[in-house]
Design a protein around this ligand. Sequence first.
Ligand code: FES
Length: 74
Amino acid sequence: MNLLVLPAMEKQPYIGVCLGPRCGDYGGRALMQALRDSEAVNCRSLCAHAPVVALEGRCLLRATAQEVVEEMRR
Ligand code: FES
């Protein structure tokens, strides 16, 4: 009998992309598509800094997919 042993998966960080009215129009929807395993979150009252991404208890302002990936690596 052959067994395939998979490496332990690291915990996936929580990524919440704001899809409130402002963030949704200013890149939130595109971020949702670009960031696999992200969840939609409600407005964080940081609309002037759209799009907002919640990442492990922090909020990234005027976030880009590249910045989110860089933050996840820290
Ligand atoms: S719509 Fe995203 S913080 Fe308000």
